[in-house]
Design a protein around this ligand. Sequence first.
Ligand SMILES: [Zn+2]
Length: 114
Amino acid sequence: MKAEAHEEFRKKLTAQLSELTEAHLDHEKQIGESHTVRDFVGADRAAELENLEVDASVTESEINLAKKIQHALERIDNGTYGICEGCQGEIPTARLEAKPSVSLCLPCQEAHEA
Ligand SMILES: [Zn+2]
């Protein structure tokens, strides 16, 4: 992959990361505001806990994605971006366009998930 293509992906990833960071901070704030100790002593306690679990899982997937994006940015820095971490082959540009944070080609991803 050419250096200027790397820069395009760097821009995409950086934008995605800052969006994610803002969304994540929003969630943290919402969780903090809507789930005070007082909320948990009411009759809706079970429902509240359910909601909290949903919020927590959203936050966790946000954190995971943020880590993937940071990892992709590191790979741009050290020149290995676009190389599959499984088979060392080139990840098709179309796949990177669709999901710039991927570090595996499709066959390796499928093998990894299987
Ligand atoms: Zn691969």
